[in-house]
Design a protein around this ligand. Structure first.
Ligand code: CA2
Length: 148
C-alpha cells in the first residue's frame, strides 16, 4: 500500500491558536483527521508529521524518497531559507507537492521566494487547510495515472 507523507515545518503546530486571519481556524490535528479519512477511502496510508527542526524534516524527506513515496510539504518559514530541504528534495525521486496555507506572493517580499518550489512537482497556496486536500487529490490522481 502506498504511503503519502505529509510533512509540516516550524510553528505549524500552533495552527488554529493564533493568526486565524492568515492561517485559518483549523488545527493541524483537524487537517490530519480530514486527510486520514480521504486516504482511508482511497486505500492509501498516511504518514502525517510536524517538526520545528530542519534536520528532522530532511531525514523524513530522505525516508520517503528511499521508498519512492509521494510527499506533501508545508515547510513553513524554512521554505524561504532552507537549501538543505531543497537539496533533500532534489536528491529524491519522490513526487513532492509544496503547500502553503496563505498566498505567499500576496505577503511580505521575504516570503515570495521558496527554495522548495523549484524542486517540487507542483505548488498549492492560498486556500488554507483545503490546500492539503487538493494536494492529496493531485497525488491520488498521479498514482491512478501511473498505475495505468
Ligand atoms: O502559508 C503558509 O502555509 C506558510 O508556510 C506558513 C508559515 C510561514 O512562515 C510561511 O511564510 C507561509 C508560518 C507557519 C506558522 O503558523 C502559525 C500558525 C498559527 C500561529 C502562529 C504561527
Amino acid at each position: 500500500m502506498t504511503t503519502i507523507h505529509v510533512l509540516n515545518g516550524p510553528n505549524l503546530n500552533l495552527l488554529g491558536s493564533r493568526e486565524p486571519e492568515t492561517y485559518g481556524t483549523q488545527t493541524l490535528a483537524n487537517i490530519e483527521a480530514k486527510l486520514a479519512a480521504i486516504c482511508k477511502a482511497h486505500s492509501v496510508s498516511l504518514q502525517f508529521r510536524q517538526s520545528n527542526h530542519e534536520g528532522e524534516l530532511v531525514t523524513w524527506i530522505q525516508e520517503a524518497g528511499r521508498a519512492s513515496e509521494p510527499i506533501i510539504i508545508n515547510a513553513g518559514a524554512y521554505s524561504h531559507t532552507s537549501i538543505a530541504l531543497m537539496d533533500a528534495i532534489k536528491g529524491t525521486n519522490a513526487r513532492v507537492i509544496e503547500v502553503h496555507l496563505s498566498n505567499i506572493h500576496a505577503r511580505e517580499p521575504f516570503r515570495h521566494h521558496s527554495y522548495i518550489s523549484g524542486a517540487a512537482r507542483g505548488i498549492i497556496m492560498g486556500f488554507g487547510a483545503l490546500g492539503y486536500e487538493l494536494a492529496i487529490t493531485a497525488i491520488l490522481s498521479d498514482i491512478a495515472i501511473s498505475a495505468k
